[in-house]
Write a protein of this length. Structure first.
Length: 341
């Protein structure tokens, strides 16, 4: 038995330990699998007779203990809150992003055809959107910086209103591929297309609940212009949440899944309303003589929406109770379809 001084590798000032080892050896560095194996093979016969597994564990423990003071854990990944939206400020409707305060608008798409309906993936790394670049409206997915644009579940019909599942594995959308607008889901890689609704009316604008168990959507299946409905994620247990004779549509869940924000024209013009997830407590949040529509609920509790209260289509945010409406965009053309995360 002898005492051996072990020095951290790479050197860290003040990182030195004295250990009693049998026999004396210097720990190899760096601690890659190949060098660990080399160090194990170089151990004297006493260690080998105790078994390779035991010697490997002893060597790994020495390396961890001797160098812990000179290492740091990688910082957890963070995604800056951002807004994705549609604008024709460059002559054609394209997809843009901006900071949550409205700064740094950045164009992501650039085609002669209209692009629209953007939706963030849950991790903020991808955006689903629609494009007519191939002659009809289809689903596309791209990276958050606009690269890697690819078609998803292409068909000659109209595919619209994509919404990511909370785990990022599936996308719900509406499509007329079977005659009228119905709701479908597809894996994020384009496989596993599944139809969820089958009704003579039009079902559209699906959006997943935060727990992934339910999907809210709009439909005119009960004789009204549109109402808000909810169903299980497999298409079962459809329930109607709004019953007004005017248009109720464009639902979006609150981050905790307890409320749904939507657009309604029940008070004469389009306004943003909120209700509990069971349809109770329906309340007007905007009450503005101009049109307010297409709400989106952010993780920080704010609600983004499109408004024409300043003369043209611009993007605003407000608190969840409707207070403090703040204009994010200011452009003479149209900014629309905000999706904030």
């Amino acid at each position: 038995m002898s005492s051996s001084r072990i020095t951290c590798v790479p050197p860290v000032p003040g990182c030195e330990l004295t250990r009693t080892v049998r026999p004396t050896f210097v720990a190899p560095a760096p601690a890659s699998p190949a060098l660990l194996a080399t160090g194990l093979a170089a151990l004297p016969g006493v260690a080998r007779r105790r078994g390779r597994a035991r010697a490997f564990a002893a060597l790994a423990a020495l390396l961890v203990a001797g160098c812990s003071e000179g290492t740091t854990e990688p910082a957890p990944e963070t995604v800056e809150p951002r807004v994705v939206f549609v604008s024709n400020r460059d002559g054609n409707f394209e997809v843009y992003t901006m900071h949550a305060d409205g700064t740094n608008p950045t164009r992501l798409t650039s085609t002669p055809a209209p692009e629209g309906r953007p939706a963030w993936s849950p991790d903020g790394r991808q955006i689903a959107f629609t494009s007519e670049r191939d002659g009809n409206r289809e689903l596309y997915v791209m990276n958050a910086d606009g690269t890697g644009q690819r078609s998803l579940a292409a068909s000659p019909a109209v595919d619209d209103n994509p919404s990511w599942s909370p785990d990022g594995r599936r996308i719900a959308f509406s499509s007329t591929r079977d005659g009228n607008a119905e709701i479908y889901v597809v894996n994020a890689d384009g496989t596993g297309l599944t139809r969820l609704t089958s009704h003579a009316a039009n079902d559209s604008w699906p959006v997943w609940s935060p727990d992934g168990r339910r999907i809210a959507f709009q439909a005119n299946r009960d004789g009204t212009a549109n109402d808000v409905y909810v169903m299980n994620a497999d298409g079962s247990a459809v329930a109607r949440l709004t019953t007004d004779a005017a248009i109720d549509q464009m639902p979006t869940w609150s981050p905790d899944g307890t409320r749904i924000v939507f657009m309604s024209a029940r008070e004469g013009n389009p306004d943003v309303f909120v209700m509990n997830a069971d349809g109770s407590g329906q309340t007007n949040l905007t009450r503005n003589p101009a049109a307010d529509a297409r709400p989106s609920w952010a993780r920080n509790g704010q609600i983004a929406f499109m408004s024409m209260r300043d003369g043209n289509m611009e993007i605003y945010v407000m608190n969840a109770d409707g207070t403090n409406p703040t204009r994010l965009t200011s452009h003479p053309t149209s900014d629309d379809y905000p999706y904030i995360r």
